[in-house]
Design a protein around this ligand. Structure first.
Ligand code: HEC
Length: 107
Protein backbone atom coordinates (compact mmCIF):
# COMPACT_ATOMS: atom_id res chain seq x y z
CA UNK A 1 0.00 0.00 0.00
CA UNK A 2 2.78 2.36 0.99
CA UNK A 3 4.56 1.63 -2.28
CA UNK A 4 1.46 2.48 -4.30
CA UNK A 5 1.03 5.80 -2.52
CA UNK A 6 4.65 6.75 -3.09
CA UNK A 7 4.36 5.98 -6.77
CA UNK A 8 1.18 8.07 -6.98
CA UNK A 9 2.85 11.00 -5.25
CA UNK A 10 5.82 10.76 -7.55
CA UNK A 11 3.58 10.71 -10.61
CA UNK A 12 1.83 13.83 -9.35
CA UNK A 13 5.11 15.63 -8.77
CA UNK A 14 6.20 14.90 -12.33
CA UNK A 15 2.90 16.12 -13.76
CA UNK A 16 3.02 19.35 -11.78
CA UNK A 17 6.61 20.22 -12.67
CA UNK A 18 5.84 19.41 -16.30
CA UNK A 19 3.00 21.92 -16.29
CA UNK A 20 5.14 24.63 -14.75
CA UNK A 21 7.78 24.72 -17.42
CA UNK A 22 5.44 25.52 -20.30
CA UNK A 23 6.61 23.75 -23.45
CA UNK A 24 5.16 25.63 -26.42
CA UNK A 25 5.57 22.79 -28.88
CA UNK A 26 3.98 20.23 -26.58
CA UNK A 27 1.10 22.61 -25.82
CA UNK A 28 0.56 23.25 -29.51
CA UNK A 29 0.10 19.52 -30.02
CA UNK A 30 -1.89 18.76 -26.88
CA UNK A 31 -4.35 21.59 -27.55
CA UNK A 32 -5.10 20.19 -31.00
CA UNK A 33 -3.58 23.09 -32.98
CA UNK A 34 -1.40 20.73 -35.03
CA UNK A 35 -4.54 19.26 -36.62
CA UNK A 36 -4.86 22.39 -38.78
CA UNK A 37 -1.38 23.94 -38.65
CA UNK A 38 1.65 22.22 -40.18
CA UNK A 39 5.19 23.57 -39.94
CA UNK A 40 5.67 24.75 -43.52
CA UNK A 41 2.69 23.77 -45.69
CA UNK A 42 -0.73 25.39 -45.62
CA UNK A 43 -3.44 22.84 -44.81
CA UNK A 44 -6.76 23.76 -43.21
CA UNK A 45 -4.95 26.63 -41.55
CA UNK A 46 -1.88 28.63 -42.62
CA UNK A 47 1.53 27.07 -41.96
CA UNK A 48 3.43 28.05 -38.85
CA UNK A 49 6.06 29.52 -41.14
CA UNK A 50 3.49 31.88 -42.66
CA UNK A 51 2.16 32.85 -39.24
CA UNK A 52 5.72 33.44 -37.98
CA UNK A 53 6.43 35.73 -40.96
CA UNK A 54 3.30 37.79 -40.32
CA UNK A 55 4.06 38.10 -36.60
CA UNK A 56 7.82 38.63 -36.87
CA UNK A 57 8.85 40.76 -33.88
CA UNK A 58 5.23 40.93 -32.70
CA UNK A 59 5.07 38.18 -30.07
CA UNK A 60 2.89 40.39 -27.86
CA UNK A 61 0.35 40.91 -30.64
CA UNK A 62 0.29 37.16 -31.27
CA UNK A 63 -0.46 36.47 -27.61
CA UNK A 64 -3.22 39.10 -27.75
CA UNK A 65 -4.73 37.47 -30.83
CA UNK A 66 -4.83 34.16 -28.94
CA UNK A 67 -6.60 35.96 -26.09
CA UNK A 68 -9.20 37.26 -28.53
CA UNK A 69 -8.00 40.86 -28.14
CA UNK A 70 -6.54 41.42 -31.61
CA UNK A 71 -7.91 40.90 -35.11
CA UNK A 72 -6.49 38.22 -37.44
CA UNK A 73 -3.80 39.42 -39.88
CA UNK A 74 -2.76 36.20 -41.65
CA UNK A 75 -5.92 35.02 -43.42
CA UNK A 76 -8.89 37.02 -42.12
CA UNK A 77 -11.27 35.48 -44.70
CA UNK A 78 -10.88 32.11 -42.95
CA UNK A 79 -11.06 33.46 -39.41
CA UNK A 80 -14.43 31.71 -38.96
CA UNK A 81 -12.56 28.39 -38.76
CA UNK A 82 -9.98 29.70 -36.30
CA UNK A 83 -12.37 31.67 -34.10
CA UNK A 84 -13.76 28.70 -32.07
CA UNK A 85 -10.16 27.67 -31.28
CA UNK A 86 -9.76 30.89 -29.29
CA UNK A 87 -12.03 29.36 -26.63
CA UNK A 88 -9.16 26.94 -26.00
CA UNK A 89 -6.41 29.55 -25.99
CA UNK A 90 -8.38 32.06 -23.90
CA UNK A 91 -8.49 29.43 -21.14
CA UNK A 92 -4.70 29.13 -21.12
CA UNK A 93 -2.35 31.03 -18.81
CA UNK A 94 -0.17 33.94 -19.99
CA UNK A 95 2.93 31.77 -19.54
CA UNK A 96 1.47 29.02 -21.69
CA UNK A 97 0.42 31.47 -24.42
CA UNK A 98 3.83 33.14 -24.41
CA UNK A 99 5.54 29.72 -24.71
CA UNK A 100 3.25 28.77 -27.58
CA UNK A 101 3.80 32.12 -29.35
CA UNK A 102 7.59 31.64 -29.03
CA UNK A 103 7.21 28.15 -30.47
CA UNK A 104 5.23 29.47 -33.47
CA UNK A 105 7.66 32.34 -34.07
CA UNK A 106 10.61 29.94 -34.26
CA UNK A 107 9.31 28.69 -37.63
C1 HEC B 1 -10.03 23.61 -37.24
C2 HEC B 1 -8.76 24.07 -37.74
C3 HEC B 1 -7.89 24.90 -36.81
C4 HEC B 1 -7.44 24.58 -35.55
C5 HEC B 1 -7.73 23.33 -34.73
C6 HEC B 1 -6.58 25.68 -35.13
N1 HEC B 1 -6.51 26.63 -36.11
FE1 HEC B 1 -5.40 28.33 -36.06
N2 HEC B 1 -6.16 28.89 -37.87
C7 HEC B 1 -7.04 28.14 -38.64
C8 HEC B 1 -7.38 28.88 -39.85
C9 HEC B 1 -8.30 28.41 -40.96
C10 HEC B 1 -6.67 30.10 -39.77
C11 HEC B 1 -6.70 31.26 -40.79
C12 HEC B 1 -7.63 32.35 -40.31
C13 HEC B 1 -6.92 33.44 -39.54
O1 HEC B 1 -5.91 33.97 -40.02
O2 HEC B 1 -7.39 33.76 -38.44
C14 HEC B 1 -5.92 30.07 -38.52
C15 HEC B 1 -5.08 31.09 -38.06
C16 HEC B 1 -4.29 31.04 -36.94
C17 HEC B 1 -3.35 32.06 -36.53
C18 HEC B 1 -3.07 33.36 -37.29
C19 HEC B 1 -4.04 34.43 -36.82
C20 HEC B 1 -4.04 35.67 -37.65
O3 HEC B 1 -3.50 36.70 -37.21
O4 HEC B 1 -4.60 35.66 -38.77
C21 HEC B 1 -2.78 31.65 -35.36
C22 HEC B 1 -1.75 32.39 -34.54
C23 HEC B 1 -3.36 30.37 -35.03
N3 HEC B 1 -4.27 30.01 -36.01
C24 HEC B 1 -3.04 29.63 -33.92
C25 HEC B 1 -3.71 28.46 -33.54
C26 HEC B 1 -3.51 27.80 -32.27
C27 HEC B 1 -2.54 28.24 -31.19
C28 HEC B 1 -4.33 26.71 -32.26
C29 HEC B 1 -4.56 25.70 -31.13
C30 HEC B 1 -5.16 26.23 -29.92
C31 HEC B 1 -5.05 26.70 -33.53
N4 HEC B 1 -4.64 27.77 -34.27
C32 HEC B 1 -5.95 25.73 -33.91
C33 HEC B 1 -7.51 26.87 -38.35
C34 HEC B 1 -7.30 26.20 -37.15
Amino acid sequence: MKKVLTAAALGLAITVSGAMAADGGALFKSKGCAACHQASVDTVGPSLKKIAQAYKGKADQLVKFLKGQEKPIVDPAKFGIMKPQLNTTKAMSDDELKAMADFILKH
